[in-house]
Design a protein around this ligand. Structure first.
Ligand code: FE2
Length: 213
């Protein structure tokens, strides 16, 4: 059995293919700077943090970060598919089980999340949950969850800022049901848990490491 993830060169090729597919098959057009910068930033942050820990492989972290949103090659609304599941199934079909796992786990720091509280359609969340039931989280899952939170579109943000941005975004979009104050508190505490976890694993302040003020 091979690795559960591609090496950097192939990952970058897959990433580009995802971009090209997205340009053709979604309303977002050929240039989605926020998406491009977001995925590159998550890869970069994951590498930086992994490099400072004793246990994580920075190259693997980079590849997982770069491909975590591969499922965004489709429009969730247009295809009526959750991007995490789109990425999961695509990566399984390529034989990259570690990336498949990340495509799904990066959205759910708590895999026992309440299906109705996320702000996504219930049937998408039920399917995600069914797969997550058989998954055990490791430090790569936690690392990409953390880095994903620190990268909001093309911006680099703190956990505190990100939680506020998500609340405002979901509450302003009528296709989603919005998120409650309780959900906002959960987003914040899950993020701060990850921050503490990786500060300790790195032996330094990860905000400083990444350049967050
Ligand atoms: Fe992401």
């Amino acid at each position: 059995m091979g690795l559960g993830y591609p090496l950097r060169e192939e990952a970058e090729q897959l990433w580009q293919e995802g971009m090209d597919y997205r340009a053709k098959n979604t309303p977002y057009g050929p240039n989605s700077p926020a998406y491009i910068v977001h995925t590159q930033n998550v890869a970069k942050f994951a590498y930086k943090i992994a490099e400072k820990t004793k246990a994580l492989n920075p190259e693997k972290a980079y590849v997982l970060g770069l491909l975590h949103d591969y499922g965004k090659r489709i429009s969730e609304r247009k295809a009526n598919v959750f991007h995490g599941l789109e990425g999961y199934h695509a990566m399984i079909s390529f034989g990259y089980s570690d990336v498949a796992k990340i495509c799904l786990t990066h959205t759910f720091p708590n895999k026992d999340f309440p299906v109705d509280a996320i702000g996504y359609p219930r049937d998408w969340m039920m399917e995600a949950k069914q797969i997550l039931n058989n998954v055990e989280y490791d430090d790569y899952d936690r690392l990409i969850q953390f880095c994903d939170k620190l990268s909001d579109g093309a911006e680099i943000v703190s956990i505190e800022k990100r939680a506020t941005l998500i609340r405002d975004r979901y509450n302003s979009r009528k296709e989603y049901s919005g998120i409650s104050e309780e959900r906002y508190e959960t987003l914040l505490s899950e993020g701060l848990f990850l921050k503490k976890y990786f500060d300790e694993a790195c032996g330094e302040d990860t905000y400083k490491l990444i350049g967050i003020k």
